[in-house]
Design a binder for this molecule. Sequence first.
Ligand SMILES: *[C@@H]1O[C@H](CO)[C@@H](O)[C@H](O)[C@H]1NC(C)=O
Ligand SMILES: *[C@@H]1O[C@H](CO)[C@@H](O)[C@H](O)[C@H]1NC(C)=O
Ligand SMILES: *[C@@H]1O[C@H](CO)[C@@H](O)[C@H](O)[C@H]1NC(C)=O
Ligand SMILES: *[C@@H]1O[C@H](CO)[C@@H](O)[C@H](O)[C@H]1NC(C)=O
Length: 339
Amino acid sequence: MKVLALPLTLAIPLALLWAGFIDSSLSADSDDICWFFPNATKIRDPLSCGQYITCIDSVAHYTACTSSTPYFDKETGKCVKTLTNYTGCEISCEENEDLFINDPSSCSGYYFCKTATTPIHGYCPSGTHFNSTTQSCIFRVDSTCELKELDICLITPNGVKIASDTNCGRYHECKKKVLSSKDCSTGQYYNPPTGTCLSKWKVACAKHPVPDNVCGTTKRPYINKFVSDGATCRGYYYCAERNVMPDPAPVWGSCPNGTFFNPTTQACANPSSTACPSGADRCEGRSLTFVSSSDKGCRQYLRCKDGKTQEELSCGNKFFNEALGACVSSPITYAFCAS
Ligand SMILES: *[C@@H]1O[C@H](CO)[C@@H](O)[C@H](O)[C@H]1NC(C)=O
Ligand SMILES: *[C@@H]1O[C@H](CO)[C@@H](O)[C@H](O)[C@H]1NC(C)=O
Ligand SMILES: *[C@@H]1O[C@H](CO)[C@@H](O)[C@H](O)[C@H]1NC(C)=O
Ligand SMILES: *[C@@H]1O[C@H](CO)[C@@H](O)[C@H](O)[C@H]1NC(C)=O
């Protein structure tokens, strides 16, 4: 199910966000808004100007501001008396004393103006919307309040990274309320909890993005050719001959366990003689416990478990021999790690 796409201006139907319906195909834990944010980030609650979310280990923890400082200021991370230049949360209790007023960030939220400067936040019961005319919670069917599109930059502090839910190698950032996109370097994916780009194998990416120009360009399309998927040691795309060139929908495939895809020979080959895309996991599909890493010099090796790297180790001055699974003194020059 594809519900949330994160284009340049993020549009999350608030009800869906609230219910936690964020694309779960990307990560087992991505049904929480905090999947998108680095650990310990504080963001404003998309559904309340007076509540904030602290992201701890990708789980949202909600805290409400108190009536003396009713608004959350995302830049300072503090509850404040008034917000300046903070669109989306303009409310005023002046001339509304003793009345309920709309919470501009949600249909079911409201503020009760205890005094001209003391708004107290509240929510209507589930299935109802607040109506300021009737000063009551009315059934949703009787309400004309529309779900608002969320501008992610209204809840995210400037400069805090936001994961992309469509591309593991990309993240977003708000600068002066404008969302921009950035890509990690070649061989890296963005790791939301740390807010950093790491080697691809270190990041759990459920769906590898298709590389740019995977089947070549209009001028130089690849025809009936296997190309690397740019992310894994075994994966490839087959660029077929089609009416439209280059092939707009190449089919992905994977070499059998114990072999790696070799684009030069267009075949599945012995891993010891095959390079992987930058950052890919050389433990993938292998039954060996120790395999050579791609690091220059052929002195590093990886400990594998269930086809995944567990840790990177070093032979020090020696070289790692994959066939023996041991560090040896005589130089090893596998093409993929030779300097
Ligand atoms: C995430 O942040 C919390 C609060 O700062 C901290 O206790 C926790 O250890 C952090 N988690 C990781 C994985 O670093
Ligand atoms: C608020 O916005 C106005 C005009 O856009 C600007 O002059 C002022 O410096 C801003 N204040 C703060 C605290 O950012
Ligand atoms: C609030 O209630 C009034 C009176 O019933 C109605 O005319 C108005 O459309 C309602 N407003 C919303 C936002 O539902
Ligand atoms: C390939 O290896 C993985 C784990 O290393 C295993 O789960 C899978 O069943 C293997 N597939 C085949 C076809 O042997």
